[in-house]
Design a protein around this ligand. Structure first.
Ligand code: PDD
Length: 298
């Protein structure tokens, strides 16, 4: 079955899904987004993702395009129309379409809403996780408001491309104090020799990852001690284990930082356990298959 996207009130073939050339997301990166995991026919941590979406919209003074109830309905339709059982749903809201002028368009300009969903093989992700991944470090060069999940991701794109060219999976940004902030599309963690989990506090310099929040809950449940503080490269290189968190990669073991191999170069037991039991601490919203066509399907 071919893929379907939601674009401004209509369900359209993915291959024809498009927005206007004067969409402010396209011209100014004037928009926000969310990515939720879909796992075994369930939306993972939908409530905190939508809470963060609301916050991002508020911070940018973009009006909510529809009620949460309506948004959830569209999410479920998009997932169902694309027959996604395991994968991700992507949602993007921009300040809408208006003649290109930097200041906000007139009040009442409708925000643009786009949603897509795609299947991702859990088996493939598990294969990557079984080996672990490498990261490279890059200088932090992003703006101060990375706590807002905006579509303005150029530094992240360039950092991740650099990682790819170096044969790595992720780039870790390092701030001017020599502390790791986060990855290009993930939060960064290390585990100290005594088993303490360390991750930067979500007060400044990082996105408050929903998967990160989930791991914090899980760690508490499992009785791990956690320190929310910045960590340096030296600490990371001497760590017992390290990992990344994100909705698309969950808990992903890191086995190499730049040229340094961590431990024996294999994912360690704590990270593997956190990955295996991640969903024990998540909100899971069951998807009921939609009956018939959604309104507006083309
Ligand atoms: N990335 N930090 C950054 C810069 C991110 O872009 C992301 C998410 C995270 C992790 O957040 P969460 O656990 O809520 O997914 C941290 C998404 C998955 C993306 O851009 O595809």
């Amino acid at each position: 079955m071919s893929r379907v996207a939601y674009v401004n009130g209509q369900y359209v073939p993915h291959s024809h899904a498009s927005v206007h050339v004067e969409d402010r997301g396209y011209q100014f990166s004037d928009g926000v987004y969310e990515v939720c995991e879909i796992w075994k026919g369930q939306i993972v941590d939908m409530t905190p993702h939508l809470d963060r979406l609301d916050r991002s919209l508020k911070e940018l003074q973009i009006p909510a395009p529809m009620s949460r109830r309506a948004l959830v309905r569209v999410m479920k339709e998009v997932i169902s129309l694309n027959r996604v059982n395991n994968g991700i749903i992507y949602m993007q809201i921009t300040r809408g379409v208006a003649p290109r002028e930097h200041n906000f368009p007139p009040a009442g300009t409708p925000p643009s809403v786009v949603m897509t969903a795609k299947s991702v093989s859990p088996h493939k992700m598990d294969q990557v996780a079984a080996k672990g991944v490498g990261v490279v470090t890059v200088e932090e060069n992003r703006w101060d408001r990375v706590d807002i999940k905006t579509v303005g991701l150029l530094p992240n794109v360039l950092a991740k491309q650099k990682a790819k060219e170096a044969g790595a999976h992720e780039a870790w940004f390092v701030d001017k104090n020599g502390l790791i902030t986060e990855g290009g599309s993930t939060n960064a963690w290390i585990i100290l020799k005594d088993g303490t989990l360390v991750t930067r506090p979500a007060t400044h310099g990082i996105l408050r990852g929903i998967t990160r929040e989930g791991v914090l809950k899980l760690a508490e449940k499992k009785g791990f001690s956690v320190e929310e503080r910045g960590f340096s490269m030296d600490e990371a290189k001497n760590a017992r284990e390290a990992f990344l968190t994100s909705a698309s990669g969950l808990v992903m073991p890191v086995v190499k930082i730049n040229e340094t191999i961590l431990g024996d170069g294999q994912p360690g037991p704590i990270v593997q356990d956190l990955r295996k039991s991640f969903h024990d601490a998540s909100e899971l919203i069951k998807l009921t298959v939609a009956g018939g066509n959604a309104p507006g399907v083309c």
